[in-house]
Design a protein around this ligand. Structure first.
Ligand code: ADP
Ligand code: MG
Length: 844
């Protein structure tokens, strides 16, 4: 750049002086005595000149304290500065994108003291490209080690979860501003947002009004095409920063004043020189900010961290993985994630860092799984095949291929015994998960063991018990009580008994079921959390099934497993269709079976997105359906603030509907603040047809099966994710009657419109989930419920290829070194430990 010329001339005297001091320092063995009182005094004095000479690409270093460096580091530092200050240009110098080896000097540093260093790594391949922090300080040092970080700033950084220098290095920009798309001054269009890269011609402080009044900075900046005026109102200090000849990027809207182009209060960025975290790069990082932290501040800090501390990071990825995956080295990746050369470099950096996240996540999952399952002896279940085959013949329908496949996957896990099964059975609402679970439970019973199925609500437990009864209705059944079912399966010499146990079961029933469970004469127990309460033991428990897994915490799941004497197999059922990428991420510790096929003859729920003014049409439609004997759900808008506000809103909606719109119909209300008993009562009333319309907050998602309900009206539909809307829709269309889903939204953004029209068009849950994911990203996919979801900063949930690569590599690594004990895996092991720490902090 033309502007660099004068700089070089003016600072050449300085450079010579510095060079001399460095030479002296070298001959003294780096004892900090080359100048009286130590080098630091000079460094402080010369910070501007030094900064002007530090160009990202050449990795010049701006140290705050020479005194605090170890001798080894001093040497590296001096050598680099000497090179930088006009030692003859090294024709072999590699671009900065070489692998960094924190403890190694450049091959050029052939000084006696360097021999020791040189032996640490073969001198052939790598050069020191990134500065190593002082040996005694690690990147895990608190962030206040950085220059200019005081207690106030420390507190602010903490809000961004930045406590150590490592955290700061891993605080990646949300995006980059691309100054390469800057326009020439002649091409500026007044009134349009744009960026200009130019040189400061002159800048001065201007007084406005009387003495003591406002003082502005006015500058004239120019590029080869012309010049323009920039004014910063009330910012007189800026005048001193804008030194003539310095390069500046200015963004804003230009206006025309007296025939001249003017920028008023534009965003500005110095493009070279100064230690203030500025950049020669064309892509300027934009960081997440918090109260009291400016963009400029953040850049100053990350710049400092990247320049001075990057070398303290250790690339944990073994060579062979790097080679196979063709990812770039970690230090380059972190560097380029902050201050990329261009967008391609940034994408390479992102890939590498995303891989790290996914790889670490997979390792953590596999480790957890190993802890829970490997070497844990499971129960080998050998069920007589003819019993189950006979059961299939009595079913009122043929199983779908997907159901058969899932049953086989489960059976094969259970036959294998060790390790115990840990499997997720996913399939959307109505795909027929119950019969898959039942078949597995019957196998367990036929093999002489016990099984249990836990569901989140009493109504659901009752529903499961009833549908199990229906599925078994083709069999002779000597006993059928409200809480106990006994059936004879062909080829079995004894009856199989199934009990229902919930919080509201009568004491006598509870006692009897508990006794039969304990003495082993009860084969299958269906129930709510009551199952895991004290006093219930299921000694021969071999299979624990949990339905609607997201409603149960991991702890409840394991509490259920502990009911038995041995380690039971577990099957978790989820009706939320989760794209494979996401399930691998979240349920990496589970195997997955998917029912991806609906039973034949299912009708599609007609779905329509209504405009706000069509609200009354929607009400009329509900009324018509009720007159035909059907029932309807009305889902109230999602309220982010709190369950209390949400419940209040639902209550108001309920009052409005029952008083003004449907005074003659019977309505029920369901919301999160109601006591569980009350909720159960309302759900029961709706199921039994005592209510025409159920007004509900999104809790209805828990899923009651009401064949007679044909209308699902969702208010504020734009506020829900597709997956959730699809779940709601699945609540209707479960019987013989044609069903409808009406989506209402008062104001819908473009993406919301896209979502709603996707829902009207697509009826396959998995396909919708993929679309949802693309539109919303993973964080929102589950909403706040999935709070244990570790935060992935660089990985996109759509990085399917990366994810599978990470999973493969993690599996391979664990096979080879299951405890990550090998010395070369120490860094990975530490990375996994940090991840687990963070994840558990998130859950807590
Ligand atoms: P979900 O996966 O939502 O739990 P269910 O197991 O409740 O689904 O099944 C929904 C309905 O479909 C039930 O009435 C069940 O009897 C029926 N069903 C299950 N499998 C089949 C099949 N293969 N063919 C026809 N109907 C089926
Ligand atoms: Mg179900």
């Amino acid at each position: 750049m033309a502007t660099k010329e004068p700089e070089k001339k003016t600072d050449s005297a300085w450079a010579t002086a510095f060079q001399n001091i460095l030479k002296l320092e070298e001959s003294h063995g780096f004892d900090n005595k080359a100048v009286m009182g130590g080098l630091d005094k000079f460094l402080a004095h010369w910070s501007d000149e030094m900064a002007a000479r530090s160009v990202i690409d050449e990795n010049f270093m701006l140290r705050e304290s020479y005194d605090s460096m170890s001798a080894k580091v001093r040497e590296q530092w001096v050598v680099q500065w000497r090179e930088a200050l006009g030692g003859p240009a090294d024709p072999n110098r590699e671009p900065s994108h070489t692998v960094a080896t924190p403890t190694k000097a450049k091959p050029r540093a052939k000084k006696p003291a360097a021999d020791k260093l040189a032996t640490e790594k073969p001198a052939t391949e790598k050069k020191l490209a990134y500065k190593t922090p002082p040996a005694e300080i690690t990147v895990d040092a608190p962030v206040d080690r950085l220059k200019g970080v005081d207690t106030k700033l420390t507190a602010r950084l903490k809000k961004l979860e930045v406590e150590t220098i490592r955290d700061l290095l891993y605080l990646f920009p949300r995006r980059h501003e691309d100054y390469s798309t800057a326009v020439k001054i002649t091409d500026l269009e007044p009134g349009k947002e744009c960026t200009v890269v130019a040189t400061v011609w002159e800048a001065r402080e201007v007084a406005k009004g009387p003495r003591g009044g406002r003082r502005d900075t006015e500058a004239v900046i120019s590029d080869e095409s012309g010049n323009l005026r920039a004014i910063w109102f009330g910012q007189k200090f800026l005048a001193r920063t804008l030194k003539p000849g310095s390069r500046i990027a200015v963004s804003g809207k230009a206006s025309v004043f007296r025939g001249q182009l003017v920028f008023e209060n534009p965003e500005h960025e110095m493009l070279d020189a100064s230690g203030a975290g500025v950049h020669t790069g064309r892509l300027v990082p934009i960081y997440p900010l918090t109260e009291g932290l400016t963009r400029r501040n953040m850049r100053r800090l990350t710049w400092q961290a990247v320049q001075n501390w990057l070398g303290g990071l250790v690339d944990a990825l073994p060579e062979d993985i790097l080679r196979r995956t063709k990812l770039i080295p970690l230090l380059d990746a972190v560097d380029q994630a902050h201050y990329p050369k261009d967008t391609e470099s940034w994408e390479l950096a992102r890939r590498r860092l995303a891989f790290d996240e996914l790889f670490t996540l997979q390792l953590a999952m596999l480790a957890r799984r190993r802890l829970q399952h490997d070497n844990v002896k499971g129960i080998e279940l050998v069920a007589p095949a003819d019993v189950i085959d006979a059961f299939y013949k009595t079913l009122p329908f043929p199983l779908t291929n997907a159901q058969r496949r899932c049953i086989q996957e489960i059976e094969s896990d259970m036959r294998g015994g060790t390790p115990p099964m840990s499997r997720l059975l996913q399939g959307e609402v109505g795909s027929g998960k119950t019969v898959v679970a039942l078949s597995s439970l019957l196998s367990v019973a036929a093999a002489g063991y016990q099984g249990a199925m836990m569901v989140p609500t009493e109504v659901l437990a009752e529903q499961h018990f009833l549908s199990i009864g229906n599925l078994l209705s083709g069999l002779p059944r000597p006993v059928q009580e409200p809480h106990l079912l006994t059936v004879y399966l062909e080829h079995m010499d004894r009856p199989i008994s199934i009990g229902l146990l919930t919080g509201s079961s009568k004491a006598a029933v509870k006692r009897e079921l508990a006794k039969r469970a304990a003495d082993g004469t009860l084969d299958i127990l269906v129930g709510t959390q009551a199952l895991i309460q004290e006093g219930i033991s299921i000694p021969k428990l071999a299979l624990a099934v949990a339905d609607e897994q997201h409603r149960f915490g991991v702890n409840q799941r394991s509490a259920l497993q502990e009911r038995g004497n041995e380690n039971p197999h577990t099957l978790i059922m989820s009706a939320t269709p989760i794209p494979r990428t996401l399930s691998l991420t979240i349920f990496g510790d589970l195997d997955i079976s998917t029912i991806d096929e609906m039973p034949a003859g299912r009708q599609e729920v007609a779905t329509k997105w209504l405009k706000p003014e069509q609200r009354s049409t929607a009400y009329d439609f509900i009324r018509k359906q009720v007159e035909e004997g059907r029932q309807a759900f009305v889902v109230c808008p999602l309220v982010d603030e709190s369950e209390t506000i949400e419940s209040k809103a639902a209550t108001e909606e309920y009052q409005k509907l029952s008083e003004d719109i449907f005074p003659d119909l019977s309505l029920g209300l369901l919301h999160g603040r109601m006591p569980p008993k009350e909720k159960e009562k309302v759900m029961r009333q709706f199921r039994d047809g005592e209510l025409d319309i159920l007004v509900t907050t999104p809790v209805v998602e828990v899923g009651i099966d009401v064949a007679n309900a044909t209308v699902m009206m969702i208010d504020g539909a734009d506020r829900f994710g597709l997956a959730q809307l699809h779940q709601f829709r699945g609540r209707v269309g479960r019987g013989e009657h044609k069903s409808y889903c009406m989506l209402l939204s008062d104001s819908a953004s473009e993406t919301a419109k896209e979502r709603l029209s996707a829902l009207a068009r697509i009826h396959d849950g998995f396909q919708l989930a993929e679309v949802d994911l693309e539109l919303r990203g993973p964080g929102d996919f589950f909403g706040t419920r999935q709070s244990g979801l570790p935060s992935l900063k660089m990985a996109h949930i759509t990085d399917r290829e990366l994810l599978e690569m990470a999973r493969d590599e993690a599996t391979k690594l664990m096979e080879y070194d299951p405890d990550l004990k090998a010395p070369e895996h120490a860094a990975i092991s530490a990375q996994v430990a940090r991840f687990v720490d963070r994840a558990s902090a998130n859950v807590a």
